[in-house]
Design a protein around this ligand. Sequence first.
Ligand code: NAD
Ligand code: MG
Length: 395
Amino acid sequence: MSPMRIAVLGATGSIGGSTLDVIARHPDRYRASILAAHRNVDALAALCARFHPDLAIIADPALEGALVRRLAGLGARCEVASGATALERAAAGPLCDTVVAAIVGAAGLGSTLAAARTGKRLLLANKESAVCAGPLLRKALQEGGGLLVPVDSEHNALFQCLPGGRPVDLASVGVRRLILTASGGPFRGRSRAELAGVNPQQACAHPNWVMGRKISVDSATLMNKGLEVIEACVLFGAEPSQVDVLVHPQSLVHALVEYIDGAVLAELGHPDMRTALACALAWPERTESGVSFLDLASRGHLEFERPDTTTFRCLDLAYEVLRTGGDAPALLNAANEVAVEAFLAGSLPFLAIPDLIESVLAAMPAEPVADVGTLVHRDLTARAKARAMLARMCC
Ligand code: NAD
Ligand code: MG
């Protein structure tokens, strides 16, 4: 059998690196046929020299020439393309059977939807696209008829704990609740007063997971868990009231499914994304991931506690936009992306992140999700509003 051809979109990132690590362990089974990144020409070219894809895509069109020159310098031969439309075309095109959606932020939306529409196996790490375009993603998957396997560790865990991995109706299989665990991030247990002056370096120092900077800040604010609650509703057709969050500082239990007979199934493993990626690539088979095996006796104990939603307000904001419905989750996501960018740039205090998001939501009543064009326009409007508010807050 010829190897599965995989497009790794976001190849230079944390998830991209873990994906390529798993791919490299199984050269007979997998081949990275497309590699894509945003602006890091040197890192993308180095990956091309190592993995020999058919196509390399640099999302910033201004850097296409630089990529061509760098590849030539390394003696790496592959086609080169650039721009957001190249990402969508490649995700839907004939050079791959599987798409790993590992771009960060709403920038991953177009390629995620393109892969879903064409029935590719879609490994979804890019939670923001599920958050922004839930109804459109579900429709695209239905039309395309392909398989979406979640890569976000909690959703991958739910996928594994649900019968058949992909139920259409949670009630019909006796599911009562989906429970996502959260590490609590680097600031677990801190009061609002203690968080007033925290800086990006402190926020990105996650206790258990090594991740990109945006998701690290989201973990510190608990917005990551908020986005994941929305993602769970989209991917598994759950009602918001069926999705709960439990803080579990060890990050060994990734999620749990509670059934109506009182049984609770959980998935455990080291906090290493290669397990979820290996599972998603091979599903329904299993392959080695390079992750060490879990020795529970040596870990001693597992702790669980309720999230502190008074200090970390972002989680409640996510439930609120779910209740509002329409495009409110997309507006929340857009405002959050601007807020996190500003915090990372040192121009917004940590505690003001939920304030900015709340102000954008208050200024933009939700509208129904009509189509991608309208959604992108609303996303851009929310970003512009957030930036204008930011400018006023910072003056
Ligand atoms: P990262 O910042 O490490 O990498 C992001 C990747 O996306 C890079 O390759 C970058 O070049 C690319 N990219 C950024 N902007 C782009 C654009 N406009 N067009 C095309 N490519 C672009 O991020 P990450 O931690 O790997 O996270 C990627 C996604 O996976 C996020 O949605 C995150 O929420 C999700 N996720 C990550 C983890 C993790 O452990 N890192 C876990 C669960 C889910
Ligand atoms: Mg997660």
